[in-house]
Structures are given as structure tokens and as C-alpha cells.
Design a protein around this ligand. Sequence first.
Ligand code: SF4
Ligand code: SF4
Length: 156
Amino acid sequence: MAGKCGGCTMCCKLLGISELKKPSGAWCALCVIAHGCSQYDTRPTSCKIFECFWLTSQANVEEAARMPLRLRPDKSKVVISGDGDSVTVHCDPSQSGAWQRGAVAAILKALANGGKDVVVNNGIGQHFLVKDGRAVELVISAPDGSGVQKVIGFKT
Ligand code: SF4
Ligand code: SF4
């Protein structure tokens, strides 16, 4: 965090960190909000390797390919990340509908239309799969010992 992230530290709130047993949606005790990590050199591996899509996009040479500042997670209240065919979206609990609005919704729709599995955690206990232009609510398992939850079905 900090550095290329500017004043954003949203992943330190919205993501679960298994090494710290930190749940998603709660600030990490080691975070200096809007500044960075107080234990930067010794932070967990999952923190070291994490990059959201906004941060990754900033490396593009073409300015048009970089996501704008208004979509930086501390401003959009949504952290979008992923690898391979899956995309994970975490919303700030204070703005659980942020993933359904404006440019963020358009990005998620485009990713889903491009064949990605887009799974949204709205921050207040609901999870959705974005697919075929709509969102289907998922049934998620209780966290295991490491705080990991799995999709176990769809709500009907
Ligand atoms: S959410 Fe993205 S931009 Fe914000 S601190 Fe984390 S990696 Fe950096
Ligand atoms: S250990 Fe540091 S980088 Fe990791 S979530 Fe906490 S504050 Fe953020």
C-alpha cells in the first residue's frame, strides 16, 4: 500500500487476510488508514502479492488504458481483483450497492461478458455471481479455520 497506491488502503479493510485471521470488511490493526502498512517490510505474503485491478492498470503506458482516479478503491468503495478466469469483488460494507452503480457495474458486466467468473461480496453478508447481464445470489459456506469460504449453491 502507499507508494503507487497513493492514499488508498482499501484492501487493508475489505480483504480477509488468512495469515492474520483478519476478516473481510474490517480494518487491519496494522493499517495506517489512507497512508499505508505500519509493518510494511514484514507484512504477510498475501499482502505482498496482492494487486487490485486499479493498481495493475496504472502500469499501462497508454493513459486511456489506466483506470481513472475516481475508480481507485478508496473512492469507488469497491476492490476488484482476480487471476485467470475468476474476478473477485469486495464492497465496503458502508456502500454495499457500489458494485451495481455506474462505471463499476459496467466493468463487471464487461468482465462477465468476456467469460470471467465475477463473484461479488457486497460486504454485508451477501455474495453474487454476475452472469448473462444479471446477478444471481450465492449460498456461501461458513468460514473455515483460515477464514476461507466456498460457494455451495445458489439462492432460489
Ligand atoms: S485496493 Fe488497490 S490501490 Fe488500494 S491499497 Fe489495495 S492494491 Fe493499492
Ligand atoms: S498487514 Fe499491512 S498490508 Fe496487510 S492488511 Fe494489514 S495493513 Fe494492510
